[in-house]
Design a protein around this ligand. Structure first.
Ligand code: FAD
Length: 395
């Protein structure tokens, strides 16, 4: 029976004909083959945390909620095979039983691994890549309904396209990831003034494994969050007041629980441009938006990588994110701020609000054509391309 599907924040809604929940790779392949035979469009959904219509379809929405768990591992290489519907939280719990960990997580842990990789989801840390940087192999049902297997060693070109691929290449039924030995972490939070935070920004970034900063436009204060392995990094921040001190495994201390629904625009800009871009963002918000901007701005750093559609492709980056409560006006705010990010060569987060279309995006990605070539090889008839993907990929 038809039912309206909604994303996490409620800003993306559509009505698929049906929602299928395959429980095995064979069932995924069957649903894709049926879709081909019936000339229906399948789209793959993870936890529904993206706020652009990447997963929209009028036909068959394929959920991966029954494709969960760690299905193989090699303790010598720390490589693990994981099913795509496993949430980041469940991956953390499963990995720790093998004395392993991811290298980072985003701000929350509700996303599916497949969905998080699919949009280049990242945490913060000068030397830490986005989560898809862990991907060293995959199994995928392609646009012909065929199940294929790829590894970084044997198929580097396909893998660089696959890491951040927006569900446009096929359905990943299994992901091989490079994990690392589990270690204990200390996470501390401090409250400080934004001017002092910016004065010390460079040290905060370089002297901690993970650092990020929330700026609150209404009172010009910041929340500074640092997270390090026990015994390393900054122990204290002299100009800030400590508000939190947690110790535990990474998956326990890093992600936060969020129940307040919000909309977000986030752009990745070159690392060196971060402070200047932030100064512009701050100036514009204070001049025009502070009276109705309900929440905060997030500043993070991410290491360069080689995934063709990664917002961090070939450059160490700063991300600046505008967060606005879902119940408040956000579109006018985002529309007015977006040109600032564009002026700094910003690349938008694939899963968050932005207004860019194929032409503008293509100019930001040196390996755009290489991605499209792999897409065409794996899905020549565009089975997985919904209207939104066609628009942003220019197909
Ligand atoms: C509260 C909240 C906090 C967030 N925090 C962060 C953060 O800290 N850092 C950050 O970078 N982002 C963050 N995001 C954005 C979020 O991580 C991304 O939008 C992510 O893609 C959501 O994962 P999902 O499982 O919900 O995927 P979905 O939104 O359901 O899907 C995302 C994409 O992945 C594709 N996909 C999913 N599974 C597969 C598969 N098996 N095979 C092929 N394609 C697949 C889908 O088709 C779609 O194109 C946040 C979002 C919210 C709502």
């Amino acid at each position: 029976m038809a039912k309206i599907w909604e994303n996490w924040s409620g800003s993306v809604k559509f009505e698929p004909e049906r929602i299928e929940k395959p429980a095995s790779e064979e069932e995924v392949a069957q649903f894709i083959q049926q879709a081909i035979a019936q000339q229906k469009q399948p789209r793959i959904v993870g936890a529904g945390h993206s706020s652009v219509p990447l997963v929209e379809t009028q036909h068959i929405l394929i959920s991966q909620e029954k494709l969960k768990g760690i299905v193989g591992h090699d303790s010598d290489t720390c490589r693990v095979d994981i099913l795509p519907g496993t949430s980041i939280a469940e991956a953390g719990e499963g990995l720790i039983k093998l004395d392993l960990s991811m290298h980072n997580t985003g701000d929350v842990d509700m996303q599916s691994v497949g969905g998080a990789f699919g949009t280049g989801t990242h945490g913060s840390g000068l030397k830490l890549q986005n989560l898809s940087g862990m991907m060293v192999g995959c199994r995928l049902v392609d646009g012909s309904g065929e199940t294929r297997s790829f590894t970084m060693e044997e198929h580097p070109d396909t893998m660089r396209a696959a890491k951040v691929s927006l569900g446009a290449l096929g359905f990943f039924t299994q992901l091989s990831i490079q994990a690392e030995p589990a270690r204990q972490y200390v996470r501390r939070e401090f409250c400080a003034h934004v001017d002092e935070s910016m004065e010390h920004l460079q040290h905060l970034i370089t002297d901690n494994r993970m650092f990020d900063m929330y700026w609150y436009p209404r009172n010009d204060m910041t929340k500074l969050r640092i997270c390090n392995q026990v015994g390393e990094g900054m122990q204290d921040i002299s100009f800030g007041e400590r508000t939190k001190n947690d110790e535990g495994w990474l998956y326990e201390v890093l992600p936060q629980f969020r129940d307040l629904k919000y909309e977000e625009m986030e752009y990745a800009i070159p690392l060196e441009a971060g402070p200047e871009c932030f100064a512009e963002v701050r100036k514009r918000i204070k001049a025009k938006h502070r009276h109705y901007v309900g929440w905060r701005v997030l500043y993070r750093t991410i290491a360069a990588d080689d995934a063709y559609l990664s917002p961090f492709y070939g450059r160490d980056s700063v991300t600046i994110a505008l967060l606005q409560n879902s119940e408040l006006e956000y579109q006018k705010y985002f529309d007015d701020m977006e040109p600032i990010f564009r002026d700094f060569g910003g690349r938008p987060h694939w899963g968050k609000k932005h207004s860019l279309q194929a032409k503008q995006l293509q100019a930001l990605y040196p390996k755009w054509d290489a991605f499209l070539k792999v897409r065409k090889q794996l899905d020549p008839d565009g089975l997985f391309l919904n209207g939104y993907l066609k628009k942003i990929l220019g197909i």
